[in-house]
Design a protein around this ligand. Sequence first.
Ligand SMILES: Nc1ccn([C@@H]2O[C@H](COP(=O)(O)OP(=O)(O)OP(=O)(O)O)[C@@H](O)[C@H]2O)c(=O)n1
Ligand SMILES: [Mg+2]
Length: 398
Amino acid sequence: MKITSLPTVFTEALPVLEKINQAGYEAYFVGGSVRDLLLNRHIHDVDIATSAYPMEIKHIFNRTIDTGIKHGTVTILYNGNSYEITTFRTESGYQDYRRPDHVTFVQNLSEDLKRRDFTINALAMDASGNIIDHFDGIGDLRRHVIKAVGVAENRFHEDALRMMRAVRFMSQLEFNLEEKTYQAIKDNHHLLSKISIERIREEFVKMGIGKGSRRAFQVFLDTGLSQEVPCFQDKKDLLSIFPKLTFNPTTEENLWAVMIVLLKVANQDIAKFMSKWKNSNAMERQVARIVEFFDLISSRSPTNYELFRNDLKTILLTIDLSNILGQPVNGSALVDRYENLPIKKQKDLVVNGETLLKSGIPAGPKVGYLLQKITQAVVEGELDNDLDAINQFILKHE
Ligand SMILES: Nc1ccn([C@@H]2O[C@H](COP(=O)(O)OP(=O)(O)OP(=O)(O)O)[C@@H](O)[C@H]2O)c(=O)n1
Ligand SMILES: [Mg+2]
């Protein structure tokens, strides 16, 4: 197969292949970019494989970064873009079911393609647009199948994360798992426990927000992979809800929001669950806000309305909570209710602790009690946010 018209991500990178070729080495586009090109999907970056050693690549290009010299990878900067160029290699250095500590360089492309995870990812394309496909990856793209290259079990022993990659591609591409690949995951799911939570999380999130997330979740459960993720141990019931959802979360924040609602409904410890994911501080803050928000819905404590922020509004409007909670929750009604609140922040109230003291209320717990009563009555629409009305209210409640 030869591709004659290439998107700009490739045409911009063609001079890179040509420069390597002119220096006497082979060079190809490989992996995800070739797969996504054939699927007509958005291509975020192109990776290059070559017969040249990293030192030789550093000679050919002026601006390079030693990304992973040990693994044969050099990043080059060319015409405002950066490219990862990796020397043909095998996976013989794999230890402990994780990525290799050291690699063995090989001289030809077919050896390099053999060590890749799935047939649809073991595709290459040369500078003329010829597709190299030794494992019928094109056929599997047509059949919508994720199939391991060679013996599936070996591929998963080389890198156990590939089992998560399998379900993640199922979700992203809406593909099926080939029978032997599925069976090999079922037989080897325990190996996932060797993989760091950060790497698992990256795949889990991609799986959770892909178009085929619900089917992928079912396989994540059925194969036993979920048991190997620390925060999901003993949460099979909770997870079994995912395949039944009537929508796909589309952003990472949405995905966590769904998880949090499920945990809330099941009365489980959210902080404990979230800490196990080792999320970034920024994501932790987002998550904390989502938790606050759901507390808000359930407690209806007026002062909590302060926590209602635009991003949370988005969640409410995009996620159908009724389906998760098993009881009717009208997201847009909640948003409307917020929009029409007489006060949105405690500060919007015409009185505060200080003004109450000045008006003669004795210092003590009474002040806080009154303030809460007033706020609640105003939020619920039972009392106007007006000094006279509030003073009368105080007389009644003193
Ligand atoms: N555990 C892994 C990770 C990657 N690869 C190979 O390296 C390529 C690039 O890896 P990566 O960028 O992680 O994945 P992509 O398949 O490119 O997917 P994405 O579009 O998410 O980048 C893959 O296509 C595959 O050939 C592999 O064999 N085993
Ligand atoms: Mg990639």
